[in-house]
Design a protein around this ligand. Structure first.
Ligand code: IPE
Ligand code: IPE
Ligand code: MG
Length: 238
């Protein structure tokens, strides 16, 4: 088995963390048990990604469409996220992790909203490693929001750069790799603009079962691809 190429580690990896419900169902557990195990996977994958040298991570945690689920599940997901952030607040600061969010977080429960504002503010000067959490995020809503921001600024003509700078990801690089777990092969409104040239990787593994081993496999797969960006052939060792 060939080794991972340390010189070709993706800079930004996006995760569509899917399959928590089915993971729980398979074990005859309530869906929330799946989300709880999903948070453990998120912690595990974050450490593994950092060890591997990835610099930016984006996690799809709650979509604009996920409000259509039962209130109990929605509230439970927010509680789990809040607990995770509270428990790790100090650790993020110590380990120089920048936490950013994307999505309209003002619609989240007040306590979680305030915690997110506090955490993003206190970690914004860190430069080593970015963990971006998509909460009440939808790529289409993000695009419309960017347009409205440009209209508010009185712009009549815009460049690609102007547009990209109004997206939640303005300070981040475009994702190199998007990983979706659970076997579904779709983006479900995740980073549609940013992932124009991202490599897509789908695995049948449910998110709560996703480990460093799976991440390494995904990266090796990514490294085997020829990213041409419309050109003829990628130069060697680039
Ligand atoms: C992903 O797992 C987490 C969220 C969407 C919040 P799901 O809850 O969608 O799990 P499945 O797809 O029902 O198995
Ligand atoms: C996408 O998963 C959203 C998150 C992972 C948060 P969904 O489970 O909501 O997506 P669909 O409904 O299968 O497309
Ligand atoms: Mg799902």
């Amino acid at each position: 088995m060939f080794k991972i190429n340390k010189n070709k580690i993706p800079y930004h990896v996006g995760f569509i963390m899917d399959g928590n419900g089915r993971w729980a169902q398979k074990r005859l557990l309530p869906r929330l048990a799946g989300h709880k195990a999903g948070v453990e996977a998120l912690k595990r994958v974050t450490s593994a990604a950092r060890e591997l040298g990835i610099k930016e991570l984006s996690f799809f945690a709650f979509s604009t469409e996920n409000w259509q689920r039962d209130k109990e599940e929605v509230d439970g997901i927010f509680d789990l996220i809040e607990k995770h952030l509270e428990e790790n607040f100090e650790k993020f600061i110590e380990e120089k992790v920048t936490i950013t969010t994307m999505g309209d977080i003002s619609k989240l429960p007040q306590k979680l909203y305030r915690l997110l504002i506090d955490i993003t503010e206190k970690t914004k000067h860190n430069t080593e490693f970015v963990v971006n959490i998509a909460l009440n995020y939808g790529s289409r809503a993000e695009v419309v929001r960017a347009c409205n921001k440009l209209i508010e600024k009185g712009k009549k003509n815009i460049t690609l750069q102007d547009f990209a700078s109004e997206l939640y990801t303005a300070s981040m690089k475009d994702p190199d790799l998007i990983i979706r777990t659970s076997g579904e092969q779709r983006l479900s409104n995740f980073m549609l603009f940013q992932s124009a040239y991202a490599e897509l990787y789908f695995t049948k593994t449910y998110w709560p079962d996703f480990t460093k081993k799976h991440l390494v496999k995904a990266i090796k797969n990514y490294q085997s691809r020829d990213r041409r960006f419309g050109k003829i052939k990628q130069e060697k060792n680039k």
